[in-house]
Design a binder for this molecule. Sequence first.
Ligand SMILES: Nc1ncnc2c1ncn2[C@@H]1O[C@H](COP(=O)(O)OP(=O)(O)OP(=O)(O)O)[C@@H](O)[C@H]1O
Length: 789
Amino acid sequence: MQAFQLELPPPLTGGRFFGVGKYSYLVGAHPLPMIQKMVESMSQLQKEELQVQDKEHRKGCRGLLYQQVENLQEKVFIHAEEVNKLRSEEDGTDLEKHRDLLATENERLKQELEACKLQLQELTNQRRSCEECEYQRTENNALLQESLSQLQLEVAEKNAQILKQELEVQQKMDCLNEVEQRLNDSLRERAKAKERFNFRLWESQQTIASLKAQPPQIKYIVKRVEVESSKLKEALNEAQSQNRSLEEQVGMQSQVLKEMEQQLQDSRNISTWLRSQIQKYESEVERVHREMVEVVQTMKDEKNRAIEDAFMQAQTEMKAVHENLAGVRTNLLTLQPALRTLTNDYNSLKRQVRDFPLMLQRALQTTRAEIGEVVEEVRNTNHELLCKYRRELQLRKKYHNELVRLKGNIRVFCRVRPVMEEDVDGLEVMNMVTFDPEDDAVLHLYHKGKLVSFELDKVFPPEATQQDVFQEVQDLITSCIDGYNVCIFAYGQTGSGKTYTMEGMQGNPGINQRALQLLFAEVAEKALDWEYTISVNMVEIYNEALRDLLGKEPHGKLDIKLCPDGSGHLYVPGLTEFTVKSVEDINRVFEIGHMNRVTECTNLNEHSSRSHALLIVTVSGVDSSTGIRTTGKLNLVDLAGSERVGKSGAEGSRLREAQYINKSLSALGDVIYALRSRQNHVPFRNSKLTYLLQDSLSGESKTLMMVQVSPLEKNTGETLYSLKFAQRVRSVELGPMAKKTEVVSFPPADQMELDSRSSPNSSPGASSGRPGSLRKKLQISGRGKSPPL
Ligand SMILES: Nc1ncnc2c1ncn2[C@@H]1O[C@H](COP(=O)(O)OP(=O)(O)OP(=O)(O)O)[C@@H](O)[C@H]1O
């Protein structure tokens, strides 16, 4: 029989033994009292078992059971030891300690922060007292505020971290408590099982003891021993099964222990991490603290420096102020007499100021009276001047009219067009017209080998410009503003330059546009006293039909009618009239007229040479001071070509056109003749042209006939005819002799030619009142004789 020795661990400190009989229990602060108790009872059991073994040497079957129990005890002990060790090493209180430490550290940081705030407050106060460092302080303050807010943020973060860690620690603690609870429960279970086992063991021992106490009956005993030994076997089996269940429980316990170990390991990791975090936090706090201290130190230094500077500056300024004060004191001494003088002056000025309104009122009254007198004088002078001006105006008008009358109310000019490139046509062109260099009213025409001379009111050579021509006619145009009716006719064969003279060309306008421009200028000059309105009509007479060139329906024929007011004046119902105020307006009107003329005909050149184009300008004015009203009419007429088509044997429409043209031109000649010779009857109604211009030709009206001629040899016939026409118009002399003259019709073209043939060298101009050089020449040569009309 083998003896079993069980080595038990020394009892843990802090515990007390309480024993009842052979079972003793350890209670107190030990973490595993049940295990301990179990170990104790097991050792007790072992001792008793040993005694039994001694007594019952034959009962070797119990050895296995003891062996197993021993192993079990060993394992339980090891586990208990490990648990104790773990508990002592990594107790949950460590985490709590860390947490407490962190809380303390946090508290300390908060206090430091408060101290920093206080210091900052102090510095702010100090800075307030130092005004010169205001700007710098504001900047530093802002920086500090910024770092402070950063620190506060960090502290808040750390607090949050601490709270989180506290929560985690709490969770771990709860976990540990739960594990401990479970361990305690399992130990209690085990103790109960052990107790039951012991009780059975005790019962078995009691049975053995009672068996031993019975008297020996060999045969019977042997049998009983066998019986008892089977009982023991049963007990043994039961113990083994209990042992197995205990082993299972131990396995479970070891599993639980493993879990606990794992949890402890996790806790250890977390604790390490927390420690590192705390270290980081501490180092950060330390760094911030160091920075704060540095900043505070820098600010203190700056403050001291600023104070020193301010002090030095104040000292310097104080010194300067003292010096100034001394200067001021000296000045004060010298200024006192000046002050006295100034005070006296001031007092006298005050007196003057007091008296000033009265003086001013008197001066104003005097000045007003003087101004009134002067104004009255000026008014009188103005009135006189105005009267003089009006007288002068009347005189000017009178003299102008006298001048025009002296020149003749009907004047005849001649313009010779230059030889054009298209006239040359490869052949040598002979210029048949020559001029008198000493007299600008004479021209000579070389015709059929003879030189025929003509004297008119003015002759324009080919080189005369549009401006030169206009210069001579502008008097007539301005008289229109004074209320006179003016007619300017362009007469001549086709291509002789009538349109050029009247309308002109782009960029070089003729009489029409220049006349309107002049009217605008004159009207503007008189705008102070007179208010003028300038309106225009444009008409065309073709084959004795009157057409409105500005109307919306230029095809319609117009009629000339007597005014229903009984004034005897004529008017054209439905004739379009435009009021013009500027050159742009004129251009627009000309454009409309031109367009209407173009739309009417297929060949404008042909058409224009066979129709009369009239631009009628009406100038109405009212004198704002006197209320006098004037109305003048300017008729600018581009006549149809005067060539004698009828003679060349034309037929049909061409002949009809020619007849109409001849008729109207003859009628014009007749009217002018009748007017110049002051006949009682003037045949205005013989043509549409003269009838339309009746108002403008009669009475005080002024007429200019611009006879256009070509210098070309091929045109000499027509040139001669035109010049004769001009000569005849001009030769009609006003005065007693003219009055006596009979009323005769203007000779037709053929007759005029015959006349010229009969006396080619005769110059009708010789009989005119104009003292022309040619006339003198003719008189000297004895050939100055008026032709019969
Ligand atoms: N004084 C001048 N200087 C330069 N060119 C001129 C002059 N006179 C006329 N002409 C030119 O001669 C040509 C014929 O002139 P314009 O058309 O004026 O003649 P017209 O007598 O009006 O003819 P029509 O009776 O056919 O209308 C034009 O090309 C014109 O430019």
